[in-house]
Design a protein around this ligand. Structure first.
Ligand code: GCW
Length: 663
C-alpha cells in the first residue's frame, strides 16, 4: 500500500515537474525585446559576404528565398547602408562594418514586418549614445529595472567589488587575457546586439555622479573587457569621470585644471586608457552641479575644465561631453532654468573643437513637459548634444506605461536635429529579465535608438513597428495599442502636472505627488511650492519680463510668445506665468476649471488604457503561446498606474483647491 502510494506520489511529482518545465519553456519573460527572430536550424547558405557580425546575423535569422549579398562600399557616408531588392537577389551595401550591421538589422526588421523593400539610409546624428547612471556598487541612479549589468555584485558595495577584482587579478595574473567571469558577458553581448539593432554607437558605462575609482587601473581593466564586447557590435565605450579624480584618488593635492601636474595626470590617465582600449570614445562630465567637484572649485571656468580634458584626449581622437545641467554653484538664488545659459553662453567659442556641450531637452529637469532649453538658441560656436531621459524618473518609473517618443518629437519641433552634434539618452536598462522593468518601457529604448538614427520618423511609425516586432503583427492588436502608446504621454502630463506645472514630485525618489512639499532645509530649487507658487491670487511661476525674465533667453518668436499670458501656449502657461484662478482659458473655462478638466482627463485616459489592455489579452496570450505572464505583468502595472493617476489628481486638486475658491 505504502509502495503504491509512494509510486503514485512519485508520478505526480514527475508530472508536476514536467508541467512546470513545459510552462517555463513556453513562459516568455520579454527578454528578447524586439528581436524575436526565429533562428534557422542551420546557417542560411543563401547569405554571402565577408565574415562579420552582419553576416552572422543574416545567416542565423534570414528566412527569405532570395540570395543576399553583403558588400562594403567606402563611398557611402559613414555608417550608411543601402538595401537593394532586385527580382533575383538582395544586396546589402554598407559604408563600413557599422553600416553593414545596421543594414542587416534593417533587413531583419523588414522581414519581421512582412515587407522587404529597397532603401538607403544614413544616420542623422553621428553620435548616438546611451548614458548609464550605473554606480560601481551595482545600484543604478534613477534605475527601475534591477541592478547594473556592468558593475557590482548582488549585494556588494565598492569594497566587495574591489576585493573581487583583487581575487580575479591573482587568478588571471600571468594570463594574457583579463576576463572577469563575474560580469555576465553574454548579457553584455545581448545588450550590445540590441543596441546595434537600433543604431546606437556609443555607451557611457557609469553614472555622471562618477566615482573616482572608475579611473583606477583595476576598474579600467574591467572597462576594457566590456569595451571589447561592445566594439564587436560597432559600439564605442565612454566613461563618466569625476573632475576631482587626481585629488580624490590621493595622487595630487589639487584638481585645478590649470595646474601642470593635474594636466599631466590626466594625460597619463588617458594614455593608459587608450593603451587598454584603442577604440575608447571619451569622457562625459558633470562638474559643479549638485555637489560634484569641478573647475569652479579653483575659480576656473567650465571651459578651463573641459579644455584640459579635451587636450588629453585629442591626440587619441577622443571627445569630451561636458554637461550643462548645472545649477546652484555660481548663481545662487537665480531662477534655476536660467542658470545653464548664464553659465555657458559667455564661454561660447572658448572650447576646444573636441568638446561638445550636452544639455537636457528642457531647462529644468526631464519633467513630463518642459519648453525646450534655450541653451540651444544661445550656444552657436560650440557643438551641442541633447540629453534625453529614457529611464522614467519623472514619468512613472517603469510602473506607468508612458511612451516618450512624442515628447522627444516635440523637442525636435523646436530644435533642429541638424543643429546638433549628437544625442544621448539616459538608459532604462538593468538586469531585470525584461531589461526595462515595464514591458512597454522597452519601447522607449527602441524609440530613442530609432529617433537617434532618424528624427523624422513619426511616433506612430515607431510605436507600430515596435509593437509588431515585440508582440504580434495582428492589426486588431497593433491599432488600439498604438493609440494607447500615442496617448500615454499627454495622459501622464494631464494626471501629473498639466498646463506647464512642474516638479510637484515627492522629495528625492520623485514618485508620486507632493504639491505642498516644502522643507526649510531643502534647497529651494527642490521644493514643489517654489515651482508652482500657488497662492490665493493664482498659480504658476512668473518667468516673464515681470518675473525672472527667463523668456528673454529664447529666440524669437518664442521669446515674445512665451512672455505674454495672451500668447503663451496653454501647455506652458504656468511654466512662464503666475495666472489668476479665474483667468479665462481658450475653452471658455476658468483656469481652475481647466486644471480640473485636465486632471480628470488624465485619469480617464489611464482607466481607458486598462480597458483596452483587457481586450488585448487573447492577442498577447497567442503571441506568447498561451503563457499569460507578460499580459499579466502589464495588466498589474496598468492598474497601478490608474490608481496612481487618481492619487495625483486628488492630491493636487485638494491642495490647489485650498487656494482656488471655485469661481
Ligand atoms: O534629475 C536629476 C536627478 C539626479 C541626476 C541629475 C543629473 C545623475 O534627480 O539623479 O543625477 O538630475 O542629471 O545630473
Amino acid at each position: 500500500m505504502f509502495f503504491i502510494m509512494h509510486l503514485s506520489m512519485n508520478r505526480i511529482f514527475h508530472f508536476l515537474l514536467a508541467l512546470c518545465l513545459a510552462v517555463s519553456v513556453n513562459a516568455y519573460d520579454g527578454s528578447q525585446l524586439w528581436l524575436r527572430y526565429t533562428p534557422n536550424a542551420t546557417p542560411s547558405a543563401l547569405v554571402a559576404g565577408k565574415k562579420s557580425q552582419a553576416l552572422h546575423e543574416l545567416r542565423t535569422y534570414y528566412h527569405g528565398t532570395k540570395p543576399v549579398r553583403l558588400v562594403q562600399k567606402k563611398s557611402l557616408p559613414p555608417e550608411a547602408y543601402e538595401i537593394q531588392v532586385e527580382p533575383k537577389r538582395i544586396t546589402v551595401v554598407g559604408a563600413d562594418v557599422n553600416g553593414l550591421l545596421y543594414g542587416a538589422f534593417e533587413l531583419l526588421r523588414m522581414q519581421q514586418l512582412g515587407h522587404i523593400h529597397s532603401t538607403r539610409q544614413q544616420p542623422v546624428f553621428s553620435l548616438r549614445l546611451l548614458n548609464h547612471w550605473d554606480n560601481l556598487d551595482g545600484s543604478i541612479e534613477r534605475g527601475y529595472a534591477g541592478k547594473s549589468i556592468f558593475w557590482g555584485e548582488e549585494r556588494g558595495g565598492e569594497e566587495i567589488q574591489d576585493k573581487r577584482l583583487e581575487i580575479k587579478d591573482k587568478v588571471t595574473s600571468g594570463s594574457k587575457h583579463n576576463s572577469y567571469p563575474l560580469i555576465n558577458l553574454s548579457k553584455i553581448d545581448a545588450y550590445a546586439r540590441a543596441n546595434a539593432s537600433i543604431g546606437i554607437n556609443g555607451i557611457v558605462l557609469n553614472n555622471v555622479n562618477a566615482s573616482p575609482k572608475m579611473l583606477t587601473s583595476e576598474y579600467l581593466r574591467q572597462v576594457s573587457t566590456i569595451s571589447r564586447r561592445l566594439q564587436a557590435y560597432g559600439i564605442k565605450t565612454y566613461l563618466s569621470v569625476n573632475f576631482g579624480s587626481p585629488k580624490a584618488l590621493g595622487d595630487l593635492s589639487t584638481a585645478d585644471p590649470l595646474d601642470p601636474q593635474v594636466r599631466q595626470w590626466w594625460r597619463s590617465k588617458v594614455d593608459e586608457i587608450y593603451r587598454l582600449m584603442p577604440h575608447f570614445g571619451g569622457f562625459l562630465v558633470k562638474a559643479n552641479s549638485e555637489g560634484q567637484p569641478g573647475p569652479a572649485d579653483y575659480q576656473r571656468t567650465h571651459a578651463d575644465g573641459a579644455n584640459m580634458l579635451a587636450d588629453a584626449l585629442q591626440p587619441h581622437g577622443g571627445i569630451v561631453m561636458w554637461r550643462c545641467f548645472v545649477y546652484g554653484a555660481n548663481h545662487k538664488g537665480v531662477d534655476r532654468v536660467k542658470q545653464a545659459v548664464l553659465e555657458f553662453q559667455p564661454l561660447d567659442g572658448q572650447f576646444r573643437p573636441n568638446v561638445i556641450l550636452q544639455t537636457k531637452n528642457g531647462p529644468l529637469d526631464f519633467q513630463p513637459r518642459e519648453p525646450y532649453s534655450p541653451i540651444f538658441d544661445q550656444i552657436r560656436h560650440t557643438p551641442n548634444m541633447v540629453e534625453l531621459q529614457i529611464t522614467q524618473e519623472y514619468t512613472g518609473q517603469s510602473r506607468h506605461l508612458v511612451y516618450l517618443a512624442p515628447m522627444w518629437k516635440e523637442f525636435f519641433s523646436f530644435v533642429q536635429p541638424s543643429s546638433l552634434a549628437g544625442i544621448a539618452g539616459v538608459a532604462n536598462v538593468g538586469d531585470d529579465a525584461n531589461w526595462c522593468g515595464h514591458h512597454f518601457s522597452q519601447a522607449n529604448w527602441y524609440a530613442f535608438g530609432r529617433l537617434a538614427w532618424n528624427p523624422q520618423l513619426t511616433s506612430a511609425e515607431i510605436a507600430r513597428e515596435w509593437l509588431q516586432q515585440t508582440f504580434t503583427t495582428d492589426e486588431a492588436f497593433v491599432r488600439p495599442m498604438t493609440d494607447v502608446m500615442l496617448a500615454s504621454r499627454e495622459a501622464c502630463v494631464d494626471y501629473m502636472m498639466p498646463l506647464g506645472l512642474h516638479h510637484l514630485f515627492k522629495f528625492d525618489h520623485h514618485y508620486g505627488p507632493e504639491p505642498d512639499g516644502f522643507k526649510a532645509d531643502y534647497p529651494l530649487e527642490w521644493c514643489p511650492v517654489y515651482y508652482h507658487q500657488a497662492d490665493s491670487a493664482g498659480i504658476g511661476f512668473d518667468r516673464s519680463h515681470t518675473g525672472t525674465d527667463a523668456t528673454a533667453q529664447y529666440r524669437e518668436p518664442y521669446r515674445s510668445l512665451y512672455d505674454h499670458v495672451e500668447t503663451c501656449p496653454e501647455q506652458f502657461l504656468l511654466w512662464f506665468h503666475h495666472v489668476p484662478w479665474n483667468h479665462r482659458m481658450q475653452s471658455g473655462r476658468t483656469l481652475w476649471q481647466e486644471l480640473n478638466a485636465h486632471y480628470d482627463r488624465g485619469v480617464a485616459e489611464a482607466e481607458r488604457f486598462c480597458t483596452v489592455w483587457q481586450q488585448m489579452r487573447p492577442f498577447v496570450l497567442k503571441a506568447d503561446q498561451g503563457d499569460p505572464r507578460r499580459w499579466q505583468e502589464v495588466d498589474e502595472r496598468l492598474r497601478h498606474q490608474e490608481e496612481n493617476a487618481r492619487e495625483w489628481r486628488d492630491t493636487c486638486l485638494r491642495y490647489f483647491g485650498s487656494f482656488a475658491e471655485p469661481k
